[in-house]
Design a protein around this ligand. Structure first.
Ligand SMILES: [Zn+2]
Length: 64
């Protein structure tokens, strides 16, 4: 399995969209756990890095 690279501030797509219908999440915290925020409704969730990497699909927009 290829390793996914992402960094703080990236907007990423998950395998499953948020119930609000948006599938673009911003990475707002990096560490042992990753916190992402839904760009549609502002809801944020924290996931262990391993689970996040399994659920993430791709980077939509890289942070500058
Ligand atoms: Zn949402």
């Amino acid at each position: 399995m290829e390793r996914k690279t992402f960094q703080l501030g990236d907007v990423i797509e998950m395998k499953k969209p948020h119930p609000c219908g948006t599938n673009a999440w911003k990475v707002i915290r990096m560490g042992m756990d990753i916190r992402i925020k839904c760009t549609g409704c502002g809801h944020s969730v924290m996931l262990p890095r391993s689970r996040f990497e399994r659920r993430m699909k791709k980077v939509l927009k890289q942070a500058e």
